[in-house]
Design a protein around this ligand. Sequence first.
Ligand code: FAD
Length: 472
Amino acid sequence: MAGGNFDADVVVIGAGPGGYVAAIHAAQLGGKVMCVEKEFLGGTCLNLGCIPSKVWIASVERLNLVKHAGDLGVKVSGTPEADFDAMKARVEKIVKTQRGGVGMLFKKNGVEHVDGFASFVDINTIEVEKDGKKRKIAAKNFIIAGGSSVIHLPIEGLGKSAEENVWTSDDAVFAPFAPKSILVVGGGAVGVEFAYVFNGLGAKTTVVEMMPNLIPMFDEDLGVELGKQFKKQGIDVVLGATVERAVKTKNGWKCTVKGAAGTQEIEAQVVLLGVGRKSNTDGMNLEKIGVKLHERGIGVVNGKMQTNVPNIYAIGDVIGKIQLAHVASMEGIIASENCMGKDKLMDYKAVPNCVYTIPEIASVGLSEGEAKAQGYDVTIGTFNFRPNGKAMAAAEQDGFVKIVAEKKYGEVLGMSIVGPHATDLIHEGVAAVKLEATLDYMTDTIHAHPTFAEVILEAFETAAHGKSIHTL
Ligand code: FAD
């Protein structure tokens, strides 16, 4: 397509999971598409976020499984130990392979990859700059998918660089060494995942979280359970507390941690900042061409992912709404459909939110607290993994499934899981919430035996009838 004075129907700025998916989808709908990327194909997710962090987690999980192989009657000779360099090499290899995969998909789908930094000249033109060379591109529509970047929290006395052993998540995914001790600032998804990794690699690990629970964006029962499991793994958790200041020591940092329970000094070789990101909008001339910004990024004005300038769309982390890769991708699909003349709205009702620690954490829809706050009369069903046959066979019995449903008609409003395979199991809840399924429907649904998923069925039965077949 394209034509007239346009070089493209759609130019996507940024090739993260929002941008590259949007670009490919627009091309598959018949558009002439370009995708401008200033750094690496795959964005934060593939290069510095979702993928590398999960590679580390997979290595640590395997190490822990081997350490506990005896529980399943498997003898392991010698002491299993982490080979840090081999693990890191694996992270680098997988990131590189995945990045190449995006390039290949661009080629197969006819998306032109433009290397450089994009800034707007007017609402139909951008300038792309690479190593001093400039190229102007005109397009009917733009999708801004510039993502977000780490920021350093302003903590008095604390250094601001990896050389000083103050790491952001960007540093941690390619950690220069395995620290002997680490203080993780922030008990959200990023903080707890790295705490699990570095603790597993042998670091004395402390997590400091400002809120009264770990992973505060989830149902509080999940944070409580994760805290219990972390304690068993030897991770110290300080809740309702902040790092007030830090002093450099010979081996790292001495941090003053202040909270409801008083003030304590915690020493660690490395301080990892697990919180704080900012939207990437600097230098793009957005205000100049009339695109409204708010304090957390680009102000999106409607569900079609259109900004206040109708031919300019924005998706993913840059809009500062929900900073998850799969949300960015779906927003990308919606934006590209609308760019290509369709009329589609984004639906945020059933967004899975996952944390890949062991135990895994996942949720979708409303938590119990959110449902009550929204005025729902709720019925709750919980069921533990402990008695489940598959969980017992695998020696993975910690955790539970919790269902939140509306009482009168039984509509499933939300599901939360802490325990084995939570991040995969949650998709039954995603489908139930999306399809507005009722408890009757879900309890009529046959679940294979023996599976971890039977715990979900038992939780649905408990929400519907107050008990399930296996309730004691
Ligand atoms: P990004 O992935 O940030 O991509 C934006 C791209 O745009 C970048 O490549 C950037 O270089 C480019 N760009 C910016 N400005 C310009 C410009 N002017 N010109 C050209 N190019 C530009 N999310 C999950 O769903 N699951 C997880 O398990 C998960 N784990 C995470 C772990 C960590 C440690 C971190 C930091 C994040 C994690 N996330 C996870 C969040 C996830 O990475 C982001 O939500 C996701 O990457 C957002 O996608 P995006 O396409 O909006 O932006």
